[in-house]
Design a protein around this ligand. Structure first.
Ligand code: ARG
Length: 460
């Protein structure tokens, strides 16, 4: 294969191989080989339709590119560092196959709009896959929530028992987070769905190209309105990394709680053996490795976001080679996200819920203290005063090793004469949860409502 530089005309000296290797991106941008060929095919078909190239030349180029496409699918292409990047590798292969006419392909185009087009196409194809995986997780959460509307667990603030809640309510909180993630990725699709092709190097071209035609062929809804912006915009990639970071943060928070709740201290949940590992030394261990790894991988995704933000900062318009650094972080993020989402779904859908342990944890604490304060407030005691009365009862309970529901009515009455025998019903955690009917609260009817709405959203 020819390895003479495609841009070599004005050069008298050659770079050393190791310098070339430093500048090359073929080791990673070959991931966009499919998109690069698609982009070139759309471009040459437009060159033919507009008469910029004659039919004979165009057809040779089209046939050549289609042959390369077939060989790519069959894994038969070899790329070289000498040809620097995927764009020049494909063109060099084409030249080898069809001769000098291959050189006409690049008419009215630059690698700057070419690489931007490839990158848009790459992400445009992957975003729906990520959105699909999120939908799968949402469906799993809805199923789990439906089975656990009346499963009582401690709700926490500051990681201290706060108020009892429904486990279904907890799961539906994550449903909402993933819903927002999907909305963000869906919005991301809009900014990815714009064709840079035809911006050429930075200024457009003198050839009578048809940008709408190439955009349509490639499935883009719009074209960039400004050629400088077209070749230097990487907002769509930054949005992707930002959305991915937020999404990984959601997975990571769930994984953190999961790791705690499968621990000996909590024992609220148990992971399936299929998503855990043992220890090489401690025979009893069952470690939540997958949850930890998803939590850990959030770090690398944040890193990619920071990396690209730093690369873009201070970049003058239009193309600069710095932009070659945009791809690896995005590729790695896609490679991280898809399996993380799949493993997460498998892991949560095979969880065992230890309902008794969860409920017991809400009966062995003071998380019904708010119930008692609310009870007094409902009987006309100002809430602040009620708060103080219950605070003193809690203190007494700590000193005498009793929970509120274990105290005698006589003792409770000493604290406030407004307390009657019906208080014991209110102090039950399931009653505390069930009664929280306020919109979006943890009351069973509210959780059921959330699940109904979610089912409609998911067309279930
Ligand atoms: N490999 C380059 C990149 O990824 C392609 C664009 C090169 N353009 C240029 N003017 N050197 O950014």
């Amino acid at each position: 294969m020819s390895t003479k530089k495609l841009w070599g005309g004005r050069f008298q000296e050659q770079a050393a191989a190791w310098v070339d290797a430093f500048g090359a991106s073929i080791s990673f941008d070959q991931l966009m080989a499919e998109e690069d060929i698609e982009g070139s095919l759309a471009h040459v078909k437009m060159l033919k339709a507009t008469g910029i190239l004659n039919a004979d030349d165009s057809d040779q180029i089209i046939a050549g590119l289609e042959g390369i496409q077939t060989d790519l699918e069959a894994g038969k292409l070899n790329f070289t560092v000498e040809n620097e990047d995927i764009h020049m590798n494909i063109e060099a292969i084409l030249t080898d196959r069809i001769g000098a006419v291959a050189g006409k392909l690049h008419t009215g185009r630059s690698r700057n709009d070419q690489v931007a087009t490839d990158f848009h196409l790459y992400l445009k194809k992957r975003l729906p896959k990520i959105i699909d995986e999120l939908t799968t997780i949402q469906k799993t959460l809805v199923k789990m929530a439906s089975e656990n509307v009346e499963t009582i667990m401690p709700g926490y603030t500051h990681l201290q028992h706060a108020q009892p809640i429904s486990y279904g309510h907890y799961l539906m909180a994550y449903y909402q987070m993933f819903k927002r993630d999907k909305e963000r990725f869906t919005f991301n699709e809009q900014h990815t769905d714009i064709s840079p092709l035809g911006a050429a190097a930075l200024a457009g071209t003198t050839f009578p190209i048809d940008r709408q035609m190439t955009a349509k062929t490639l499935g883009f809804s719009h074209v960039y309105a400004n050629s400088l912006d077209a070749v230097s915009d990487r907002d769509f990639a930054l949005e992707f990394l930002s959305n991915s970071s937020i999404m990984m943060m959601h997975l990571s928070r769930f994984c953190e709680e999961l790791s705690m709740w499968v621990s000996h201290e909590f024992q609220y949940l148990e992971l399936s053996d299929a998503y855990t590992t043992g220890s090489s030394i401690m025979p009893q261990k069952k470690n939540p490795d997958m949850a930890e790894l998803i939590r850990g991988k959030s770090g690398r995704v944040y890193g990619h976001l920071m990396g690209l933000l730093a690369t873009m900062k201070s970049l003058p318009l239009a193309y600069n080679k710095d932009l070659q650094e945009d791809k690896e972080g995005v590729f790695d993020t896609v490679k991280t996200l898809l399996p993380a989402l799949r493993v997460f779904n498998g892991m949560i859908s095979t969880l065992t819920v230890k309902k008794d342990n969860m409920q017991h944890a809400t009966e062995n604490d003071f998380s019904n203290a708010t119930e008692l304060a609310d009870y007094l407030a409902a009987k006309g005691v100002p809430f602040r005063e009620a708060h103080g009365i219950v605070g003193q009862l809690v203190l007494k309970g700590i000193q005498t090793h009793q929970n509120l529901q274990d105290m005698s009515l006589e003792d409770l009455k000493k604290a406030s004469p407004a307390i009657e025998a019906d208080v014991y019903n209110d102090l039950k955690s399931e009653v505390a949860v069930e009664r929280r009917h306020s919109e979006g609260g943890t009351g069973f009817d509210q959780v059921r409502h959330q699940i109904e709405v979610a089912k409609q959203e998911l067309n279930l």
